[in-house]
Ligand binder design. Structure first.
Ligand SMILES: [Zn+2]
Length: 418
């Protein structure tokens, strides 16, 4: 298996706009950044750095250039990358049924080469870090070989008591295999599929492993109305589904019992569309993170996450694409643009910067990686691209980036250009 290699040279890049994503909305006009594997120094002018680091190569990125932290897609499912028009959208249960019926078809063929191609595309979209949910381990080789940083979430799934040993053994094998490739760029982690699909004993196991190895643990939570009805009352749309496929008549847990299990873990709750206020408060108390995937949520659940509710609780949110099983591309710029228009009632003076934070600073904190901001000592994971014209006002920079950017001109990971 090929491993991630790098050839390094000290560099200084200057751009018309350097967006630090430091939480202060700082924009340095005609500023410069010096870096090797890590960011060495940030300055208001390139002269300050070229004098201090005469050995470094220097480059100005051109008219209307933007330099900012590379993007982080904290939640995707690479193993489902073959889907284009196969799966059914518009209703969560119908979609889930279509996933179960087409699982073989979607993961057959040369899935590794499909994933390699997708990872290369994601580089061009400016994504340097990916949170990949792995259900089968079929994405391992491309994830280990790619230059991007991968937080690899080994998923635990299974609700039937009689198959628990089998599910555990399969998970143990996959986890052990991923641990052999652990590095700064390939970080094994754990995922619980959801409260409705994962037996409480398996949830306990996943949480204890995540705590033991200090790993983040990702969980789909309250993605659909059906999930709400099933966990609250063992009723609703999920009732017939569980009876038909699993012979189960009653939910194995309540949301309160389920959330309690993540106490003390580095939890990342994905979707939370139908989460109640007290559940969000519980997540806040647990220092958990929330990911929303607006395009996927539109296609499967006809609802988007209430960003205002999270902000009122002082919770940062993360935006991600989910997998190609519920999206048409894994381009975060496209995802942010769609999100901007879906949340038509939120201020254009506030939302665009929040959205950029949701794919840089916020997911970096959730995944526990020193990326997502241009700060001295952080990894030199950077992207650059050029806007079509100049800007009068720095306040409009985030909005104009989201409106005009599809691909990046350059991407650096650990200081190496790809
Ligand atoms: Zn997902």
């Amino acid at each position: 298996m090929q491993t991630k290699t790098a050839s390094l040279q000290m560099k200084i890049l200057s751009a018309d706009y350097i967006l630090l994503m430091d939480g202060e909305k700082t924009v340095l006009r005609k500023g410069a950044v010096a870096f090797e594997k890590e960011i060495l120094e940030i300055a208001h002018s390139s002269e300050q750095l070229t004098q201090k680091y005469p050995q470094a190569s220097f480059e100005y990125l051109g008219d209307n250039s933007v330099l900012m932290p590379a993007l982080i897609n904290a939640h995707t499912h690479l193993e489902f990358s073959s889907n284009k028009t196969t799966l059914t959208y518009g209703n969560f249960i119908e979609w889930l049924t279509s996933v179960m019926e087409n699982r073989e078809k979607l993961s057959s063929g040369n899935i590794e080469s499909v994933i390699e191609k997708i990872l290369k595309e994601m580089l061009r979209y400016g994504t340097a870090t990916i949170g990949a949910i792995s259900s089968f381990g079929k994405d391992l080789t491309p994830c280990v070989s790619t230059p991007q940083k991968i937080v690899y979430f080994n998923e635990l799934l299974g609700s039937r008591e009689e198959f628990l040993n089998e599910s555990e053994a399969d998970f143990d094998r996959r986890l052990e295999r991923t641990m052999r490739f652990k590095s700064d760029s390939f970080i094994p982690a754990v995922s619980v599929h959801s409260a409705y699909s994962t037996h409480p004993k398996l949830v306990n196991k996943a949480v204890s492993i995540a705590k033991k190895y200090d790993m983040p643990i990702a969980v789909h939570f309250m993605e659909s109305k059906g999930e709400r009805g099933w966990l609250d009352k063992s009723n609703g749309e999920f009732k017939a589904f569980f009876k038909k496929f699993f012979g189960i008549e009653k939910s194995l847990t309540t949301t309160a019992e389920f959330l309690e299990k993540f106490e003390g873990a580095r939890a990342i709750f994905v979707h939370c569309l139908y989460a109640k206020e007290e559940e969000l408060e519980k997540m806040k108390y647990q220092n958990a993170h929330i990911v929303h995937c607006p395009i996927s949520n539109r296609l499967l659940s006809s609802r988007i996450f209430d960003i205002e509710k999270a902000k009122n609780l002082n919770m940062d949110f993360i935006t991600a694409t989910d997998g190609l099983s519920s999206n048409f591309c894994l381009n975060l710029f496209n995802e942010l643009r769609c999100t901007l228009f879906m949340h038509y009632d939120l201020s254009l003076k506030v939302l665009p910067y929040d959205l950029l934070e949701s794919v840089t600073k916020n997911p970096a904190i959730a995944l526990g990686l020193p990326v997502g901001q241009i700060i001295q000592g952080y990894s030199a994971d950077l992207i650059s691209f050029n806007l079509p014209d100049t800007l009068e006002n720095d306040e409009a920079l985030a909005l104009q980036i989201i409106l005009h950017t599809n691909k990046v001109e350059r991407i650096y990971i650990n200081g190496v250009e790809y």
